[in-house]
Every structure is written in C-alpha cells, then in structure tokens.
Design a protein around this ligand. Structure first.
Ligand SMILES: Cc1cc2nc3c(=O)[nH]c(=O)nc-3n(C[C@H](O)[C@H](O)[C@H](O)COP(=O)(O)O)c2cc1C
Length: 337
C-alpha cells in the first residue's frame, strides 16, 4: 500500500495542473548600476549544519522505499553531490515497517554524497524518538526533518484523522536526539503562531514549505476519487507570506524557504527575506523525470549561474552581504501582511 502510494505521488505530481502563486513575485529587489564587482568574485558558498555548501539551495524531501524511488534518489543525490548542496530524503516511515531491501533506496543518498555533504532524514510528526534514531542512522543524517502534513492526510481516503499530541511528540524528538530537528510543511505553509509554538518547544529550524508549488490537495485528490476537493486546491499560506511571518518569531530561528521555488530570483529573494536556504522539490523532479540526469543538471547549472548574476546585479559579493539587502513588498503580499 505504502509502496504504491510512493509511486503515485511522483506520477500524480507530474499530472497536476493547478497553478498556485507563492507570492515571491510581490517582492521587489533593487538594481545596482554600479556594482564595482567582478563576476568571478561572487561567492555563493555558506555554512549549513557545520558543513560548507556551494549554494543556498537544498533538494528537498521527496521519496524512498521502493526500487523506483531508489532510482530517483540515486540521481537526485548525484545532483546534490555535483553542486555540493544538501539533500533531504523522502519520508523514511516506510523503512520502519518494510523489509530491509527498501533501506538501500535511502542509503544510496549518503553513499553518493559522501561524508562531506549534507544529508537529511525525514519522518512524520507521529514518529517516536527511536524511529528518529533509526531514520538518522540509516543515512548517517546531519539532521532530521519532521513533516507536518495535515491537509495531505485529510485529502487521503486512508489518511490520518487524529492530529492530537503532535507537538508533544516533536518536543520529545527535539529533546531525545542530538541532531538538529527541522520541522517542515509539505506545501501549505507554517503560520507565525505555529512557528512560535515550535520555537517554544525548542525547534530551531523550520522549513515553511508554503503554498504555490507542489499541491498535495490535488495530488491526493487524483488518488481519491470519492471526493471532489477542487475548492481546496487554493488552500494554504503562500510561501513568501509564511516565510515573512515565521521570520518574526525569533532571530535565532533558522528558516528554509520552500513551496514553488523554481527560479534563481526566488532563491535570492528567499535569502533576502531571511531564509538560510531555498528548498526545491517538484521542479527538479519534473526535469529529472522528463529528461533524465543531464536535463536536471542543466536546470541547476542555469539556476546557479543566474543566482550569481542576480547577486552581481544587486552589488552583493557573498551570501552574508545578500542577507542584508533591502526589499520592498508589493501587491497581494502587502495586502495580506
Ligand atoms: C513527489 C513528492 C513527494 C514528496 N514526499 C515528501 C515526503 O516524503 N516528506 C516530506 O517532508 N515532504 C515531501 N514532499 C514535499 C516537499 O518536500 C516540499 O515540501 C513540497 O513539495 C513543496 O516544495 P515544491 O513546491 O518545490 O515541490 C514531497 C513532494 C513531492 C513533489
């Protein structure tokens, strides 16, 4: 059951047609006509989880647990290695109840990335401390993501209906393991209030994963013909909004910006708004499935080149300088805020 669901998520993601707006278009960055920089000086390297990475990008959680998923993870991890960027594996819940063979589809990620790179484990908010230890151990994870996916579960016929106690559970994981815990959404965003509650129990990393990209309401609706969820395809906090609101929680809260991130401009805007990294899932998957490794590599080649281009156009030499940039908020985002 879980195995076929994994494949359907990938296949149905590629079938979705609803176009959400993450509202990053409403962030305006200023052009600098006098940057006094040489392109070769632009430095996008930074520290993340005590390792040096080359760009403020993460290939975000998607899959694992089957042969098909293992093949995707193999190629995603080769991309992560090539660009020296972090990668999170998909939910490892499947390996807690399935045969040993499914472990390999996750292990391949660490094998390809090596010790120098950042690999992140992934489990649901119902996981126990022991589950978290196993999930980390299998991939020698640098951190673990705990995903919150209430909307996705409700859209699934066989999904959870009981969300009580998740916050206590996350608190136990934060206290029970010695690696950073990144709490993330899966495309519906995290409000300031939810971010504050997570911060108060000791969470110091949040991936806001907002609305405007991968849409699990639609993905699950394509699997569940018993109900028409079309009216809820627009449900969720747009990523730019969620990022700005969670940034208000605390200065030492590290944020990852994700949800519909496709372009270099969205990556740069994420950093300007106070994110450590921008997470990309669906867009990389689409390039990979439609045109293979080389196609996805070309997408990331262009993206990383354009990040440097935009930094030069803003007169920012490195990520530290970029973080201090001014920005203006326009349109619907301004209205919402
Ligand atoms: C096919 C697919 C499978 C996913 N599986 C997981 C998962 O297992 N765990 C998780 O935390 N997020 C999962 N996600 C959500 C992504 O990590 C991310 O939060 C979300 O897709 C929004 O980013 P995007 O718009 O760049 O795709 C999945 C996304 C896709 C497209």
């Amino acid at each position: 059951m879980r195995k076929s669901r994994k494949r359907e998520h990938v296949e149905n993601y590629l079938k979705t047609s609803f176009k959400g707006n993450n509202l990053f278009d409403d962030i305006f960055l200023e052009h600098n006509a006098l940057p006094d920089l040489n392109f070769s000086e632009i430095d996008t390297r930074m520290e993340f989880l005590d390792k040096t990475i080359d760009y403020p990008i993460i290939i975000n959680a998607m899959t694992g647990g089957t042969e098909f998923a293992g093949e995707i993870n193999r190629e995603l991890s080769l991309l992560a290695k090539n660009f020296n960027i972090p990668m999170a594996v998909g939910s490892e819940t499947i390996l807690l109840c399935e045969d040993d063979a499914c472990k390999d589809s996750f292990k391949i990620v660490r094998e390809n990335i090596g010790d120098e790179g950042v690999v992140i484990a992934n489990l649901s908010g119902h996981a126990s401390v022991d589950d978290a230890r196993i999930a980390l151990e299998v991939i020698d994870g640098d951190a673990i993501q705990i995903h919150l996916n209430v909307a996705q579960e409700l859209a699934m016929d066989e999904g959870d209906r009981d969300f009580k106690g998740v916050i206590d559970n996350i608190e136990a994981i934060v206290k029970g393991i010695d690696k950073p815990v990144i709490v993330k959404e899966v495309g519906f965003g995290i409000s300031k209030e939810a971010g504050q509650r997570l911060y108060d129990i000791g969470v110091r990393y949040i991936d806001i994963s907002g609305f405007g990209g991968t849409n699990f309401m639609e993905i699950e609706n394509l699997r569940n013909m018993n109900i028409d969820l079309t009216e809820l395809y627009s449900w969720g906090l747009p990523s730019a909004y969620s990022l700005i609101k969670c940034r208000e929680v605390a200065d030492d809260l590290k944020l990852i910006s994700s949800g519909g991130i496709k372009t270099a401009l969205e990556v740069v805007k994420s950093v300007v708004l106070g994110a450590e990294l921008a997470g990309i899932s669906g867009e990389i998957l689409a390039y990979l499935v439609h045109g293979g490794y080389e196609n996805a590599k070309e997408y990331l080649d262009d993206l990383t080149y354009k990040i440097k281009m935009i930094m030069l156009l803003m007169g920012k030499k490195n990520i530290e300088e970029l973080k201090k940039s001014d920005y203006k908020i326009t349109g619907k985002l301004k209205e919402l805020l």
